[in-house]
Design a protein around this ligand. Structure first.
Ligand code: SF4
Length: 192
């Protein structure tokens, strides 16, 4: 018998645990939306203006544009998302979460996981966030998938005392924009 092959490595245990946590956290048996619909609704509630498109969501969700469009369409039909004209790109539309969508997010099944994470102290939460962020970045690189993040960790962001500036969008950033998920995010750690 090969003992080595039967002994799980720490990495294998962690990978299994992360998948198990994701499945458990996203369990939607008692909710009216599918896991993909919840992911989309959360994404559009957190994404910045330029990232609220079906194609940006398909990159975030690591799915095809067709599948992402179907998920978006179903949420529009449920009245949870609404389309509006994209002033900076006439060929695409932007998606906004409606009041009904925000009300639905109050029933988000991921809330249980947030509560479980809140039981960790602040130092543990920061360490976990840094480690998982690093793993997400390595995996995205291996899969040639886009990396999503927020301004504070982005190399396009010039953080100043009173207000910060985005060199990619060539504009100052409001506190809300600083906290939003961005499709143009470029991690500081990617600077060579
Ligand atoms: S600083 Fe980076 S994350 Fe923030 S809006 Fe600009 S590109 Fe996006």
């Amino acid at each position: 018998m090969n003992e080595t092959a039967q002994t799980p490595t720490v990495q294998a245990d962690l990978a299994d645990l992360i998948v198990h946590l994701a499945r458990l956290g996203l369990s939607t048996a008692a909710t009216p939306l599918t896991a993909a619909q919840w992911t989309a609704l959360r994404y559009f509630a957190r994404a910045n203006r330029l990232s609220r498109t079906p194609s940006a969501f398909s990159g975030f969700h690591a799915t095809t544009r067709g599948t992402a469009s179907q998920t978006v369409k179903s949420l529009v039909e449920l009245g949870l998302l609404e389309r509006r004209h994209n002033d900076s790109d006439g060929r695409s539309t932007l998606l906004d979460v409606t009041d009904a969508g925000h009300a639905m997010l109050e029933r988000d099944p991921l809330e249980d996981m947030r509560k479980a994470l809140a039981r960790l102290n602040e130092q543990e939460q920061r360490a976990l966030s840094a480690s998982l962020g690093q793993v997400a970045m390595s995996l995205a690189e291996a899969r040639e998938a886009p990396v999503f993040g927020t301004c504070v960790d982005c190399q396009h962001c010039e953080i100043e005392k009173d207000r910060s500036f985005c060199h990619q969008a060539q504009g100052f950033l409001s506190p809300d924009e600083m906290a939003a998920i961005c499709v143009n995010f470029r991690p500081v750690s990617a600077v060579i």
